[in-house]
Design a protein around this ligand. Structure first.
Ligand SMILES: Nc1ncnc2c1ncn2[C@@H]1O[C@H](COP(=O)(O)OP(=O)(O)OP(=O)(O)O)[C@@H](O)[C@H]1O
Ligand SMILES: [Mg+2]
Length: 474
């Protein structure tokens, strides 16, 4: 197996030759440079894993080389070489980020041992960086956290629809992340550097909404003091996000239909026809198909909007994503409030899983923000949660699963929940530690959340119920 590439940087030719001989014999691939500048010039082409550099050299010394290499993005480990008289320089080099140093005259064994150790460190660093990247990729699609199958399907549609101008209709209950998806569509599209304009159709009266969307000419209605460009014009070249589209009046529905069909409109009170290139994304938490059936929403407009539809799952259907979402929000709010919070105390996750989240991700985010604010230690506890979430179900009040004394199912639950708490909610890291699949963890979390468990069905239910007050405080 080919060994790593090492760059030897020394102004003394004898030293370079000696190192090349020793290291080549060990199987490393070697390049040489006589000073820092030569070394820098070699960096991108040779891409060394380690750099053995003399501290004192003409033109550019070893410490400057180290700094410049970092600036250019090299992650090579540095081992500095220094004459006995200048150990201070070596200390300075360590401060600047060198991994280790060797004192001249060089001892062959020391060179090999120090170098191998430094390379080990680099391998570990690169592995960790990879792992972190993988975890991030798994959970992050434009800052959207969660990898429930229903969500992955949504990401897939977003990726495929984004490059086109097709209108996308985003459906889902309040707080499920519709606006995040609309933004992701824009950011994934070739329009990403053009405006993303949002209109909340439910917040404005019919007259105001019309002028907001299409603009108006001076004096077109009471209060229209000057001419105003509408959101359609502002969004030209970009994306227009029509939020709460289910709330628009029949008159506006007709006007929208025309823009969707012909890409043109007139300002309120105006005669000039304005053409725009706008990608439209609409969202609603209403059952818009039902509104069409009931005759409240134009069917032709519905089909124009619904070229591509995505439906966001409610939180209660993807409780397996709760750990990842919680850890995302803990990070966000502990940064925002300047608090150092490492994770969740035992029991907290259980309480979060037991709740049904009618307000979906928005509710979860609020609960975590509140908990971060109230938190008195470095871990969120059940006491930091709103009272309605605090009461664990009787069964879960036992102080952990006792061995012996608990069923395997209970011990497994304890292991899964405690591991998740320890790794800050990352299901993939927990799966790695426990040696089971991410899928299994998510499946179990859903089970714990719904309160169903083999043990419950098979018995234990009776003893459990006796003497336990029905918890869930108000
Ligand atoms: N998957 C997710 N990952 C991270 N944050 C999320 C996710 N889903 C929603 N959020 C956050 O939850 C909050 C609510 O999301 P958003 O405003 O997109 O919901 P919505 O579906 O538009 O709700 P509404 O119908 O009430 O307008 C936002 O702060 C958003 O950043
Ligand atoms: Mg919204």
């Amino acid at each position: 197996m080919a060994k790593e590439r090492i760059l030897v940087v020394d102004d003394e030719q004898n030293a370079r030759v000696a190192l090349r001989t020793i290291l080549s014999e060990e199987g490393y691939e070697i390049a040489e440079a006589a000073d820092g500048e030569e070394a820098l010039a070699l960096l991108s082409g040779f891409a060394p894993a380690a750099i053995l550099a003399d501290v004192r050299m003409p033109r550019m010394d070893g410490i400057t080389l180290l700094k410049r290499a970092r600036e250019s993005g090299s992650d090579a480990v540095f081992v500095m070489m220094t004459a006995f008289a200048s150990v201070e320089a070596a200390v300075e080099a360590m401060r600047a980020g060198a991994e280790n140093y060797l004192v001249k005259p060089l001892d062959v064994n020391a060179v090999l041992v120090v170098l191998e150790k430094a390379l080990d460190k680099l391998r570990l660093q690169r592995d960790t960086a990879n792992l972190r990247e993988r975890v991030r990729e798994r959970y992050r699609f434009h800052n959207i956290v969660g990898d429930a199958p229903e969500l992955q399907a949504v990401y897939e549609v977003v990726k495929r629809a984004a490059p086109t101008r097709a209108t996308v209709l985003i459906l889902g209950e309040s707080g499920t992340g519709k606006e995040l998806i609309a933004q992701a569509l824009h950011e994934e599209s070739p329009r990403q550097n053009k405006p993303f304009i949002k209109v909340n159709c439910a917040a404005l009266s019919e007259t105001l909404l019309e002028s907001e969307l299409f603009g108006h000419e001076k004096g077109s209605f009471t209060g229209a003091i000057g001419r105003k460009e509408g959101r359609f014009e502002l969004a030209d070249g970009g994306t227009l996000f029509l939020d709460e589209i289910g709330d628009i009046s029949p008159a506006i529905q007709i006007k929208l239909l025309r823009v969707l069909q012909q890409r043109e409109f007139e300002r309120v009170g105006g005669t000039q026809t304005i053409k725009v290139d706008v990608r439209m994304v609409a969202a609603t938490n209403r059952d818009i198909a039902a509104e069409v059936k009931a005759g409240k929403f134009r069917e032709d407009l519905y089909y124009r909007l619904n070229v591509v539809a995505v439906t966001l799952p409610p939180m209660r259907q993807r409780k397996g994503d709760i750990p990842a979402l919680v850890s995302h929000f803990v990070e966000k709010y502990s940064k925002a409030y300047g608090k150092e919070i490492r994770g969740l105390a035992p029991g907290t996750l259980n309480a979060l899983l037991s709740h049904d989240w009618p307000g979906n991700v928005r509710e979860l985010e609020n609960v975590v923000e509140r908990a971060v604010v109230l938190c008195k230690s470095t871990e969120l506890t059940a006491d930091d949660l709103p009272p309605s979430l605090r009461g664990p179900r009787p069964r879960e009040r036992a102080p952990g699963a006792l061995i012996p004394g608990a069923t395997l199912y209970e011990i497994e639950r304890e292991a899964i929940l405690r591991t998740l708490e320890m790794v800050g909610g990352s299901t993939s890291r927990a799966a790695e530690i426990l040696g089971i699949s991410v899928r299994k963890i998510q499946y179990r979390l859903k089970e714990y959340a719904s309160g169903s468990s083999p043990t419950r069905d098979e018995g234990g239910e009776l003893e459990d119920g006796v003497g336990e007050p029905p918890e869930r405080s108000v």
